[in-house]
Design a binder for this molecule. Structure first.
Ligand SMILES: [Zn+2]
Length: 589
């Protein structure tokens, strides 16, 4: 206030002029102001406009721009200055903004869209670089059990006996053998090491005999709360362990560790690798549900190795530290800021068929309703504590039973401590019904829905059946109810490619040609919005991201083909030509 009142009259006048001009630019685009406005702009204003025109950083023209801005859904060109979109409009208008120092980009009629946003991703670059990957992280690929055994054998040879040998990115329905992995398979890896093959979904593991032995788990050990030790027809352990039952077995045995220096290098390398992968697929913002990498992200940002923007979702000690020290959601800047909490897990998994659902799973006896992994009481207490600290809530709930439990806890906390614009998040929010949807709408719950599953995991939907799939990952239902669903790949569980996500959303058809829950199809425009603007909304960032709009961060992607004209079943194959973050090209094909 003090500062503003000490401004001189000409300064005040100049600010007023700029404010008016900015308002005008937002509506019309600076190009129009420069051309059509010439006749009535005052000489001084014209001089100022020209000065600004000349230092535009980047002009992209001759493009098919899908802006995801309802006020101007399509355009041909835009200008960027200081990392933000300055104006959006026709090629003729925007070309008027090319100055001496302006970089120009003739898009030659290629398609340009806002940078894609993934609202649920576990990152994991360190693992991608250094772990044994027994499946393909990025796309559909079938492998053999022999290949898994062989890769782990090699790792076992370099691992001291008694220490874990682990494989990652296993997908139980992408095996050429057409039967599940079992203990006997993994005993072929080693009888001296505990061995685990982790399902990419993260809620089940497949263990060898040594692992069970070391954890003193036998066929007679009862299942713990929230998990199972699965058994075969003879009642013997078959190797598969689900959800919270993994906690006990994973505690047995040693894990190979590294010196602080080596560990730091691994994590740094991992962050840079992951960031390169994200921008290669067109992601410009990712919500990271990933523990312990925040320091490395900041380091890589200084070194220029962090190419995308991060909404960091805190967990464990970090979340506790935030609560104790008053650090709230949103703290940070436009590259790294704190988002909602990491997903607070309330039930099992969609892909691994352990989510908590009201109708029992098909063909399993005794009747199995999935795993609830937390009591209502404990959940209520956690939600209340986090909400009171003004940190945005985020619970993992897949099944209708779990979603009900989460909504109950959210409703309770918001009633006890009402606040505007809370937008509590539900990660996955897979199986809904009308009453759950109405309760979500009432609180403006923002769901991070599985994005690539419709395509990638179509081979698993028969476990649920068509009746259930009509209410699963229910984009159509959610949008029609006025809810703002965003894309959440959950990588590693799902591949993170946004174009694979878009294809699945508009077709509901999988890699195997099967279509499930076709009633939940959405349009191309809606799918684009889900993967961009809705992602921004999910983190309360819609005023700075998610569309190609004057004033927003200049994050965009150039596509070789227009998804409106290619075969809908080939959207995932459209080439990403260029990814730009804050006006800087971070990936180029
Ligand atoms: Zn997750």
């Amino acid at each position: 206030m003090g500062k503003a009142s000490s401004l001189s009259a000409p300064e005040v006048e100049s600010i007023a002029r700029m404010t008016n001009r900015r308002h005008f630019l937002n509506l019309m685009g600076l190009g129009l102001a420069g051309m059509a406005g010439r006749s009535w702009l005052s000489a001084a204003a014209q001089q100022e406009a020209d000065a600004h025109t000349l230092d535009t950083d980047l002009v992209v023209f001759n493009a098919k721009v899908y802006t995801v801005d309802a006020r101007m859904p399509q355009a041909e060109a835009f200008a960027v200055k200081d990392g933000r979109f300055l104006a959006v409009g026709s090629t003729a208008d925007i070309k008027g903004l090319i100055g001496k120092r302006t970089q120009t980009y003739d898009a030659r009629q290629m398609t340009v869209v806002p940078g894609f946003i993934d609202t649920h991703n576990h990152g994991g670059g360190e693992g991608l670089l250094y772990d044994v990957l027994v499946g393909n992280p990025y796309q559909v690929e079938f492998v053999t059990i022999d290949s898994i055994v062989e890769k782990l054998r090699v790792r076992a040879q370099a691992t001291p006996p008694g220490s874990w040998v682990e494989g990652y990115f296993h997908d139980d329905t992408k095996l050429k053998d057409k039967r599940p992995l079992n203990t006997q398979d993994l005993d072929r890896v080693s009888t001296e090491h505990p061995v685990c093959v982790h399902h990419r979904g993260g809620h089940t593991g497949f263990y060898n005999s040594k692992a069970f032995q070391m954890a003193a788990i036998t066929k007679d050990t009862p299942n713990p709360y929230g998990g199972t030790y699965d058994r075969n027809e003879k009642g013997e352990l078959n190797g598969r362990v689900t959800d919270r039952a993994m906690e006990t077995i994973d505690k047995a045995g040693e894990r190979v560790t590294w010196s602080a220096e080596v560990k730091q290098k691994r994590v740094l390398d991992g962050v840079a690798f992951m960031s390169q992968k994200f921008v290669q697929y067109g992601l410009t913002t990712v919500h990271h549900d990933e523990d312990g990498v925040l320091p490395a992200m900041q380091q890589q940002r200084i070194r220029g190795g962090l190419l995308h923007r991060v909404s960091y979702e805190p967990d464990g000690e970090l979340l506790e530290a935030m609560i104790h020290n008053g650090i709230e959601t949103g703290f940070g800047d436009e590259y790294i800021s704190f988002g909602a909490t990491a997903e607070h897990t309330v039930d099992g998994s969609f892909s691994e068929r352990t989510m908590a659902i009201s109708t029992p799973y098909k063909d399993i006896s005794p009747p199995y309703h999935g795993n609830l992994t937390e009591t209502q009481e404990d959940l209520n207490a956690w939600v209340e504590r986090v909400h009171r600290a003004n940190i945005r809530l985020n619970c993992h709930a897949n099944g209708d039973v779990a979603i009900d439990r989460v909504l109950t806890a959210y409703e309770r906390a918001l009633k006890l401590y009402p606040r505007a614009g809370v937008r509590p998040k539900i990660t996955h929010c897979s199986l809904v019904n009308d009453s759950l949807v109405a309760r979500m709408k009432a609180m403006d719950v923002v769901p991070a829905e599985f994005s690539t599953y419709a395509y990638y995991n179509a081979d698993k939907f028969h476990f649920y059946g068509e009746d259930v799939m009509q209410h699963m990952t229910a984009f159509r239902t959610l949008i029609d109810a006025g809810i703002t669903p965003a894309a959440g790949s959950d990588f590693s569980p799902g591949p993170f490619a946004p174009l694979m996500a878009m294809q699945g959303m508009v077709t509901r058809t999988g890699w195997n040609g099967e279509t499930w829950g076709a009633n939940q199809k959405i349009t191309l425009e809606e799918a684009l919005r889900v993967n961009t603007l809705n992602g921004a909304y999910n983190a309360r960032e819609e005023t700075i991201k998610g569309s190609i709009t004057a004033g927003k961060l200049a994050d965009f992607v150039v596509l070789a083909d227009d998804f409106h004209t290619v075969d809908k079943n080939k959207i995932k194959d459209i080439q990403i030509v260029r990814t730009v973050v804050g006006g800087n090209t971070v990936y180029q094909a």
